[in-house]
Write a protein that binds this ligand. Structure first.
Ligand code: PLP
Length: 351
């Protein structure tokens, strides 16, 4: 605690990201993609004219927004881009949730949302998941200060169909419904087609997971023009250039390669389901997942102990030390070889 900190900073409990280890470990702790970015990404980096770095980038990121808009089937004016979807989410909280009414969210969801609530002084109303650990869409009130959740949800992995989201949107019409689709490409159903009929729907996405570009920091939001304008107002009061020109060129190159995108996501899905079977054989309970991770629980073995045992064997997974998740491990899907190593390392720990 420093006397120089403003009172608000003293009260913050910042988000703690998954460890980025210095030593060589099999890294299954932050839901990165185990496959390289599209080959066009390397070409874009090689061919990028260095002299362009002298200039500020386009503050409106037109070219990147157009590329995303083409990809998801909306107008460029319905797309907002930011330095990772974390930044887009942070700006969205400021733009739409900073008022006296409480923001509704599931009690188990992406743990950055409560951090934003504390940062911006937003009151959080946490609602329990249903008995199968799905986001309980019916629990969200018709009237509130807004709704936020990840779909598929993190770290539980379950994803609702678009029709269920449409039903929620037919009820909640007076506040913003923010759906974080960081993992939707691994088997979720995107709500983006609903944006045209629902001016209060904002959907966020990221290049970090299915596009293998976590290090680049590119995220986006899709919504009505009025919501995008709200985000732009906050962004232009904070940082006019969150997307550098290199990131923009790389992002556009990544979007252009559909074959690579499909091949990588199919590989992740296949490996996920194969890993599920093998973990179940070892006695784990594995939650259904439409993401690039599995949330698992062993009825007889302490999760913290498994976490340590795996780390000693060179494998890093995620253990959340919270009441609800203490008995679980979240395991990102790596390559087939990495998942073989995981299962091999778990075998002696589970017998
Ligand atoms: C649910 C969810 N949303 C958003 C993010 C942030 O992604 P990024 O800032 O890399 O785009 C993550 C990262 O793990 C996540 O799990």
């Amino acid at each position: 605690m420093s006397k120089f900190w403003s009172p608000k900073v003293r009260e913050l409990t910042p988000y703690v990201p998954g460890e980025q280890p210095r030593e060589r470990l099999i890294k299954l702790n932050t839901n990165e993609n185990p496959y390289p970015p599209a080959p066009g990404v390397e070409a874009a980096l090689r061919e990028f004219p260095v002299d362009h770095l002298r200039r500020y980038p386009d503050p409106e990121s037109r070219a990147l927004r157009e590329a995303i808009a083409r990809e998801v089937g909306v107008e460029p004016e319905q797309v907002f881009v930011g330095n990772g979807s974390d930044e887009v989410l942070a700006l969205a909280f400021q733009a739409f949730f900073c008022h006296d009414r409480p923001l509704e969210m599931p009690d188990i969801t992406y743990s950055f949302y409560p951090v934003y609530c504390r940062l911006y002084g937003v009151t959080r109303h946490a609602l329990p998941l249903d008995e199968q650990w799905r986001v309980d869409l019916e629990a969200f009130a018709k009237e509130s200060g807004g709704v936020v959740f990840a779909n598929p949800n993190a770290p539980t992995g379950h994803g609702h169909e678009r029709q269920a989201i449409a039903t929620l949107l037919s009820r909640v019409t007076d506040s913003v419904v923010l759906i974080d689709e960081a993992y939707a490409d691994f088997g979720g159903e995107s709500a983006i087609p609903l944006v045209s009929d629902h001016p209060n729907l904002l959907v966020t996405g990221t290049f970090s997971k299915s596009r293998s570009l976590a290090g680049l920091r590119l995220g986006y939001a899709v919504g009505s023009r009025e919501l995008i304008e709200g985000l732009e107002r906050v962004k232009d009061s904070f940082n006019s250039y969150p997307i550098d020109s290199l990131a923009s060129a790389v992002g556009i190159a990544a979007l252009a390669d559909h074959d690579h995108f499909e091949a990588c996501r199919e590989a992740v899905i296949t490996t996920r389901e194969r890993t599920r079977g093998r973990l179940e054989e070892l006695g784990f309970r594995v939650l259904p997942s439409r993401t690039n991770f599995l949330l698992v629980h062993h009825p007889d073995i302490d999760a913290a102990q498994l976490f340590v045992g795996l780390r000693e064997r060179g494998i890093l997974v995620r253990h959340f030390n919270t009441d609800a998740l203490r008995d679980y491990l979240r395991i990102s899907i790596g390559t087939e070889d990495e998942m073989d190593s995981l299962v091999e390392a778990l075998e002696p720990l589970c017998t």
